[in-house]
Design a protein around this ligand. Sequence first.
Ligand code: ADE
Length: 379
Amino acid sequence: MQELNTQNKLFRKKLLYWNRQYNKRQMPWKGEKDPYKIWLSEIILQQTRVDQGLAYYHRFVDTFPTINALAKAPETIVYKLWEGLGYYSRCKNLIATAKYIDKTLKGKFPSSYEEILALKGVGPYTAAAIGSFAFDLPHAVVDGNVFRVLSRFFGIETPIDSTEGKKIFTQLANELLDKKQPGKYNQALMDFGATICKPQLPLCETCVLKSNCSAYLNETVSKLPIKEKKITKTTRWFFYLLIGPDNAYFLRKRNDKDIWQNLYEFVLIESPKKITPGKLATTEAFKKIVGTAPFTITTVSRSYKQLLSHQTIHSQFIHIKMKKLTKLQGYKLVAEKALSRYPFSKKYHWLFIRNKTINRRHPVENLSPDFNKKNVSLS
Ligand code: ADE
């Protein structure tokens, strides 16, 4: 085994000391040995922060206690449980992997790093996490949090998003890994990055690693890590037309090669820029949907913003009353009371139907969590 230099030794030792003495972070998957549950938690955590991920984790584990239960579930129900997490291709991979393990591997979760890495939706970070937690495999987790901690402690200025940077940090992370207790070490590093060596406002003054931390000693904490590229974001405006005969609305499943595949949506008109509902009503796209029959715009919601990794989506919901409406190509009519069974990109989308003034008087984000829970029922 390779000898560690002094700084590397100190890092490992102090990180594990911090973990033993000070790390009070409790999470249901900590110490978990069932690879199915670990995999589930890691897939959810690819997508969200721990505080939000907890509720999703509990709902998934309660609804599908085994991989077999998940593999056998109707896909719409799985998407419904994933609703609100975003990145729906991850849910698609989750379903595919559950079915693959259940059928092809006869329900046995793979136990080598290479086999775990070969699962759909599992990259090197997730494979290292699952492998080390469930099977004590000696693979270091390497992600943005790890890059940040290492670049600060070791004072590395190589950009973390460069090819060279990725190589340097990955190699260092694997050298530092405590191969006798890889699961414990990996979890300690994740927790340290999330609670102490945070991107903004890190807790340097109380950090037990500070006396050996290069960035702390050189006052470069706020400069590190260095990134060379900026992501460019596109902005899109989605106008949802809430139309249908009494107590039913037109809905369709998104199938295009675009965000939110397999989720449902109301009649959608997209615009690259903000326009007023009045102006929208004069567009060809609107006329194609509504035709020449008389209509009235009854309510218009405020616009809601969803921040995705590479896109900002503004959504506005417009209720339209029409005298005569029979069919809309590509859409199906869904009864109002059945809407909550469909997965949408945000839980609140279908709520605009239920209470047409909800957007004005009660910001939907403030609804009680119980309200959302009811919608996950499988009956
Ligand atoms: N992020 C990804 N995996 C995690 C884990 N196991 N614990 C905390 N945060 C995480």
